[in-house]
Design a protein around this ligand. Structure first.
Ligand code: NAP
Length: 313
């Protein structure tokens, strides 16, 4: 029986773990992957986390985890499948929740959901068929396979532009395919991208199909303005069209918006007393490492306030 279970060990979950240990809470972090860090472990450079400009995402994730380990945070590996309310609690008694994983169940008086988000899919023919054979969602993981080759990146946000910049370092040619005529990415990234001689942006275009033989050979592209279709020869495509919250398993437990983001204010309190949310899976304006880390700290403060004066099981 724990005071607090934290689901997820990305920046939000690890920040919550640090604050929880420092608050003297009896806590457990449950992580589905063998490694902590969430999405940042696949980010080759983080340049906007205050005080550590230009740090590699993997290195930053390791620093976060080391910090939590140093304070004695307890971790368990497991894919969480849902949260059950065992008892609702009263003004004087804390509730009890059961957090189920595929193999084990754990009980706690409070829960912080920090399960983050994952890559969105295009949902087009060839995307699943050529996964790992030219289709990737992670340039830092798979980019090295495209040395001297031609790669496409689909998307217009920070991730797509960062991926294109990264791939341009060793690919012969990089196409950035975007559905509009302006990018969503930060200006500083756009400026860097537009200065690269081996990057070509294909504006107002969507990928309709990924084609190949044993591996990807070309993309079917449609210009959304004139509806003209064309083939683009590439060795691979990196899909970077945004993220989707990893909250499907909590949809019955707490209130979510239409996109699946868990609804909560800055304190992370959901519509279920005792269940809190932190990080990218919370409905909010800005999803960055700094806001995830802040969410983790705020949620633990709210957990402490929630438990004051309540008898814990
Ligand atoms: P994002 O900002 O949501 O951008 C997604 C991009 O994909 C948009 O350009 C969007 O087009 C396009 N798109 C969405 N659905 C599409 C579809 N079905 N077909 C074609 N294009 C589609 O996502 P992200 O780049 O993955 O970034 C996620 C979050 O992480 C953002 O908040 C971002 O700021 C943050 N992040 C920050 C940093 C950093 O600060 N260093 C680095 C990485 C990520 P439209 O523009 O037309 O909507």
């Amino acid at each position: 029986m724990f005071d607090l279970i934290i689901i997820g060990s990305g920046p939000a979950g690890l920040s919550a773990a640090v604050y929880a240990k420092r608050a003297g809470l009896n806590m457990l972090v449950i992580e589905k992957d063998s490694m902590s860090g969430g999405q940042i472990i696949n980010t080759y450079e983080v340049d906007n986390y205050l005080g550590i400009p230009g740090i590699n995402g993997f290195d930053l994730a390791m620093k976060f985890r080391e910090h939590a380990d140093k304070l004695g945070a307890e971790f368990a590996e497991g894919m969480v499948t849902g949260i059950e309310t065992i008892s609702e609690g009263t003004d004087t008694k804390a509730p009890v929740f059961k957090v189920n994983t595929e193999k084990e169940s754990y009980e706690a008086n409070t829960v912080i959901i920090a399960s983050g988000a994952h890559h969105s899919k295009l949902g087009i023919p060839g995307e699943e068929e050529y996964l790992g054979k030219g289709v990737s969602y992670c340039a830092t993981c798979d980019g090295a396979f495209y040395r001297g080759k031609v790669a496409a990146v689909n998307g217009g946000g920070d991730v797509a532009v960062e991926d294109a910049i990264f791939l341009a370092r060793f690919c012969e040619k990089v196409y950035l395919i975007h559905r509009r005529d302006e990018l969503r990415a930060a200006k500083i990234l756009q400026d860097e991208l537009f200065g690269l001689p081996n990057v070509e942006v294909i504006w107002d275009s969507v990928v309709k199909e990924i084609k190949g033989e044993t591996k990807v050979t070309h993309l079917k592209i449609e210009n959304v303005k004139d509806k003209k279709e064309s083939d683009l020869n590439v060795d691979g495509i990196f899909v970077a069209i945004g993220i989707h919250p990893s909250t499907d398993m909590f949809a019955d437990a707490v209130g979510c918006d239409d996109s699946g983001y868990i609804i909560a204010g800055e304190d992370g309190a959901t519509d279920v007393p005792g269940i809190f949310v932190a990080g990218d899976c919370r409905k909010k304006r800005l999803r960055q490492i700094v806001t995830a880390v802040a969410d983790g700290a705020n949620a633990v403060t709210a957990v402490q306030d929630f438990l004051v004066g309540k008898e814990r099981a």
